[in-house]
Design a protein around this ligand. Structure first.
Ligand code: PBG
Length: 320
């Protein structure tokens, strides 16, 4: 008889044959930074996650640094929105201020910016509108302006999330020309039009005011197309390829891991976080164990990097 149970008998042997381990080094923690003062507002559908203004955020950053989490990804919530998202390339906008503040006060923390327009446009779509749809190439021109402004503020890495074609090429070329050849890009390469972003859109005030994002984000039915998207980002020079969401797309994470010689990231999104929190609150699941098991599954699928709202909680367990 094949006795596979021999290697499961005690924790000692289980540790020896364990194939994958989570580490705090894998995590990027998302932060919502809001323009204004005195803001520390919990997001109702994401228990434990808050919006911060720059005069309160040190509380959160102190914790992140103390837990040894290497990186944060920033989302900006501006007071002014307009048709095209002009505030995204304001050198004194909330993102730019946040980058400068964090790099000055927490120099060891690696700061990534989410590069998009949906939190900044009056209509909530991820770019410039034309005939009720996002105009790809007009949006690229503004993306370049936004990225240069983040670079000037001192960001460590940019992560364009809008799913416009040609994004990586445009950003790489603009950064190189502006004197930032060493600034890396993490592409939201395979990003699906997902219902799992629901809580985030409340958190960031970024729900589209009409329609949806299906003309730019991917159809959840498609797998081969994910490889195509990742191929373009890879060839255009993305340094890291990301899959988003994570849990329902573990097959895609594995596809990218096997097909590309780049670090692979995944985004464990707001809805995935909210589901675990809600069920745990009801006592229906063991929230801590489900959290660790699902993060581990992303790692096993092939993710080298995990963007997750669980980063602090998981780090507390891993640091023990
Ligand atoms: C911006 C953006 C979104 C998320 C990350 N960047 C929202 C969207 O595409 O609608 C979602 C993150 C989450 O749900 O946690 N384009």
């Amino acid at each position: 008889m094949f006795r596979t149970r021999r290697l499961r008998k005690t924790e000692g042997i289980r540790r020896l044959v364990r194939e994958n381990q989570l580490s705090v080094n894998d995590f990027i923690y998302p932060l919502f930074v809001e323009e204004g003062e005195g803001i520390e507002k919990e997001i109702v559908s994401m228990p434990g996650i808050k919006r911060w203004s720059l005069d309160t955020i040190s509380k959160e950053l102190d914790e992140v640094v103390a837990l040894n989490i290497p990186a944060v990804i920033l989302f900006g919530i501006p007071t002014e929105k307009d048709e095209v998202g002009t505030e995204t390339w304001n050198d004194n906008g909330i993102m730019q201020q946040a980058v400068r503040y964090i790099k000055k006060n927490y120099p060891s923390l690696y700061v990534i910016t989410d590069v998009c327009f949906c939190e900044y446009t009056s209509h909530g779509h991820c770019g410039v509108l034309c005939d009720n749809d996002v105009d790809n190439d007009a949006t690229l021109i503004n993306l370049a302006k936004q990225v240069i402004s983040h670079a000037k503020a001192g960001v460590d890495m940019v992560a364009p999330s809008g799913m416009m074609d040609g994004t990586i090429a445009m950003i790489r070329e603009s950064l190189d020309q502006a004197g930032y050849p060493n600034l890396p890009i993490m592409g939201y390469s395979v990003k699906y039009a997902s219902a799992f972003y629901g809580p985030f859109r409340d958190a960031a005030d970024s729900a589209p005011s009409f329609g949806d994002r299906r003309t730019y984000q991917m159809d959840p039915a498609n797998r081969d197309e994910g490889l195509r998207e990742a191929t373009f980002d890879d060839e255009e020079g993305a340094d890291i390829l990301m899959v988003k969401p994570a849990l329902s797309y573990l097959d895609i994470i594995r596809d990218l891991k096997e097909n590309f010689d780049r670090p692979i990231a995944c985004y464990n999104v707001s809805g995935e976080y909210a589901m675990v929190k809600a069920a745990a609150e009801k006592g229906w699941i063991d929230g801590e164990r489900v959290m660790m098991e699902s993060l581990l599954s992303m790692k096993r699928a092939g993710a080298d990097i995990i963007i997750t709202y669980f980063a602090k909680e998981a780090a507390r367990i891993l640091n023990k």
